[in-house]
Design a protein around this ligand. Sequence first.
Ligand SMILES: [Mn+2]
Length: 317
Amino acid sequence: MNRLLEEINKASSIGICGHVRPDGDCLGSVTAMYNYIKDNYSEKNVKAFLENVPDKFTYLKRSDEIIVDFEEDIEFDLFIALDSGDIDRIGPAIKYFENAKTTFVIDHHISNKGYGDENVVLPKASSACEVLFDLFDYDGISYDTAISLYTGLIHDTGVFKHSNVSSKTFEVAGKLIEKGIPFSKIIDESFYAKTYIQNQILGRCLLESIMCLDGKCIVSCLTKKQLILHGANAADLDGIIDQLRITKGVEVAIFIYEIGEQEYKISLRANGDVDVNKIASYFGGGGHVKAAGCTMTGAVHDVINNLTEHIEKQLEA
Ligand SMILES: [Mn+2]
């Protein structure tokens, strides 16, 4: 028996949390852990906490039982933090974490230094769900727990596309599919599905995009007025930058949307050698080499000119 199952065996009250602004791996790992305990240790008093449960993840079993306010004061025997690289990432759940008798951290972020009493951090794993799979007893993984784990896998890998995918990821996915889960439906509903508004906004951004720097750069811009007109919010803009990025010949994609009077949120994505983190950092933002963002002010054409100047410099170098 591994350390996680030993600790679960010992504890009578167990709390579970993920990180703030929960994503697919966070929802997947939290509901997987919760369902696994509910299914295999029915006598345990278990509670799961998250800031919120995005609509697209409500298909996850018992996601409706996740507690989204952190009002109650509870001292857990065991508190498990999932998919959170450092203690600040768990947000308001910190009060349960600090008061728990034993804490257990399960994660895959390379930056995780192990802030729990017990830590299972595997930086080579694609997702927290991939880490969890090996900690669970295979026979104890129910159909619904398999759906949760599969959800984490596809979200953190961009449906088995990102560089964090390994043969282990596919091995785990294969074992989960053997549980009879509707894997096509999970991918469509939680990953590719868009609301009518989201599709309209995406269409508009593509239609109004412009190419510059000899087709090496694509830019699209949304005003606050347009956002209001479509009844869209920031969450409806997810994925626009990725669609811009895959335009043939493009080395850098820029997506700009207005958040205040002459104030813009900028997303940058690179395909080639341009380091967009360098550019975003120059303007007070940051991120990764191939994906970064910042906030800029001024007239939108000045914003674009300032950004493309930096891109051009790097392309020439
Ligand atoms: Mn993750």
